[in-house]
Design a binder for this molecule. Structure first.
Ligand code: GCU
Length: 604
């Protein structure tokens, strides 16, 4: 997706820099001044021409962050005197008047920066901004980014001043028909600079990216690459894993890429029981990056999923990137810990991070805690399959999440989509997306949340989907007992699933208001949800290929689609834990089921 500035600058973000937290950094988190701008007055002139496309934008352009030189100069905005929003964070939960706000908001952050070495380069990195963002530094446009859940960075070396740098970001979370996701979703469209903003300083030629993982299906061959960025590309890079006494040198080619592989028989493979992470040190002439990486094998064989060659059952739960207790987007290490600890309390060894890439904190925490992960491209429901820019957008978001998380042992599944209606255009879209994912990473499994359809026989449920031929695991969502009848219907259902592949249920569930009790047939009571779980677990356990599930969902979560007074009030109530953190009865049904499953697979 190419964006050109007034100066004809290609405004696409540079290549993603791997592992920001291991670099020399200065955080720009904290209070940022902001201007709500529903009419985008600070972006377009009254003829609706973008100021940043004009040669002389004048005093209306907010990104210039101007102050009146004297009392008679007309400037109708001021960041200095406006209120502030916390970054990282969504704006919706920070100010009641912004709870439902969808539109543009301008953020401004002033900062000083003194380089440690005059020759060094400086980049600004954003963990994520929802949804569309235009980024400016000291009045110059750095770029435009689309997509609310993946990181991006820009080089600012040439624009940096020692003091009073003005970083201005126009954020717009308006939903778009051609967007990914598109207009219609069942989650809160949190807007804002939702993840960390970081300045990083690197040497003129530095380690931009790297991959250090076990070769597909090899228990002891570590392979990968190191990508250098800078003028001095043809260097020797070194990859060291001190604990394994591994030290391998490789020479980068003229494009700055060095590939390597090494066999080591002492590798303790990462697993859910023993999430072993190794200190990995990657260095070149003037740069060194250290990371914590686990090595594990994941594959399917027939209807089995094998982790390090051993058949595993994925005891999962779905999670939205939200801290229900705070009622806002989750982003921090402690948010990740809170969510994953709740999953651990459910005896989970797996989580489905729905429906978009979650923060890097979540993946690094799952790596440490030994929890397997499904990551998802936000291709949700009915996006514009025929629109080439929609495909490029989905492809870019997938590229960025794979680039960011390819060294995380916990990530085992890349999911292409959720509940997308079968059509030729959709099939082709998903086929191409899966091929792209495999071209970037052939070591992980591909899946998607497919749909179920009925047959003339009311008892029969058929899982048959063109895209199922392109995935490694057949996942589907089913809501027998909630959107489809009542829980007793489960007893009659026969599943017709003709794939000789592992099968998983990526969603089932029911709404229940925590603390609302009543008859098992009374909707929204804890007893109804509990009964539905009992019935569903019994029903799906009859599926011979079943190798895992991730019920919908760990915590109640905000959704503007859920308007039932007293019961929903803007919350989807399918959580096993209420927004107040209290577990519902169904939580314990699933916990018992997972205890059994764990025992069952111990000796497999
Ligand atoms: C769908 C969808 C979820 C949604 C859930 C529900 O299957 O994938 O995003 O929230 O059902 O209806 O609660």
């Amino acid at each position: 997706m190419i964006f050109l500035s007034a100066a004809g600058l290609n405004l696409k973000a540079e290549n993603l820099i791997q592992n920001i937290s291991a670099r020399t950094t200065q955080s720009l988190n904290g209070k940022w001044n902001y201007i709500i701008d529903p009419y985008e007055t600070g972006y377009y002139d009254y003829r609706y021409n973008a100021f940043d496309k004009s040669q002389n934008p004048g005093n209306g352009a907010y990104y210039l962050d101007k102050k009146p030189k004297n009392a008679s100069e007309l400037i109708e905005y001021s960041f200095n005197t406006t209120s502030t929003l916390m970054v990282p964070g969504d704006w919706n939960s920070q100010d009641d008047k912004l709870l439902y706000y969808e539109g543009a908001i301008w953020y401004r952050r002033l900062f000083d920066y003194k380089k440690t070495d005059a020759n060094n380069r400086v980049f600004v990195h954003f963990g994520a901004i929802n949804y569309e963002s235009d980024i400016y530094l000291n009045g110059k446009k750095l770029g435009k980014h689309i997509g609310g859940f993946t990181p991006f960075n820009y080089e600012i070396t040439g624009l940096l001043k020692e003091t009073e740098n003005s970083l201005v970001v126009k954020v717009d979370n308006k939903r778009k028909r051609e967007g990914v996701p598109t207009l219609n979703t069942d989650w809160w469209n949190y807007g804002g600079i939702t993840r960390d903003v970081t300045l990083l300083e690197v040497a003129p030629s530095f380690i931009e990216d790297y991959l250090v993982q076990l070769k597909k299906n090899s228990p002891n061959e570590i392979t990968g690459f190191v990508q250098l960025n800078g003028n001095n590309k043809s260097q020797t890079v070194t990859v060291q894993i001190p604990e394994l006494k591994i030290k391998v040198n490789a020479t980068a080619d003229s494009a700055g890429k060095a590939v390597f592989s090494i066999v080591n028989k002492k590798i303790v493979r990462w697993s859910t029981e023993n999430p072993k992470l190794y200190q990995v040190e990657i260095s070149c002439d003037n740069d060194k990056v250290t990371d914590k990486i686990g090595f594990r094998n994941i594959e399917t064989r027939g209807t089995d999923i094998l982790l390090n060659g051993k058949s595993i059952f994925l005891r999962g739960i779905c999670i939205h990137e939200e801290n229900a207790l705070r009622g806002g987007r989750a982003y921090s290490e402690s948010d990740a810990e809170m969510l994953l600890n709740s999953a651990k309390e459910l005896n989970c060894n797996y989580v489905r991070l729905a429906h978009y890439p979650h923060s890097e904190n979540m993946l690094r925490k799952a790596d440490e805690m030994g929890i397997l992960v499904w990551e998802e491209d936000p291709v949700y429901w009915t996006i514009q399959w025929e629109n080439p820019s929609t495909f490029e957008n989905a492809k870019q978001q997938l590229t960025d999440v794979i680039t960011r998380d390819k060294n995380r042992a916990c990530v085992i599944i890349w999911s292409m989509a959720n509940e997308t209606p079968v059509s030729d255009a959709r099939n082709e879209f998903l086929r191409k997306l899966a091929a792209h994912a495999r071209s970037l990473d052939n070591t992980r499994l591909i899946s998607a949340a497919l749909e179920v359809h009925g047959s003339k026989n009311p008892r029969e449920k058929i899982v048959e989907d063109y895209f199922a031929d392109y995935v490694d695991i057949v996942n589907f969502n089913e809501y027998v007992g909630w959107y489809d009848g009542t829980p007793d219907k489960c007893d009659q259902i026969e599943w017709n699933i003709k794939y000789n592949k592992p099968v998983m249920i990526s969603e089932f569930g029911a709404g229940a208001l925590q603390g609302f009790h009543g008859d098992i047939n009374a909707r929204f009571t804890e007893e109804y949800q509990e009964y539905l779980y009992q019935k569903n677990l019994a029903m799906i356990s009859k599926i011979p290929q079943l190798r895992g599930l991730s019920p919908w969902i760990l915590y109640d979560f905000r959704s503007p689609k859920r308007v039932l007074p007293v019961i929903q009030d803007g919350w989807n109530r399918k959580g096993l834990i209420g927004e107040n953190g209290t577990k519902k009865k169904a939580f314990f049904v699933l916990l018992d089921f997972y205890k059994q499953k764990e025992k069952e697979y111990l000796n497999k």
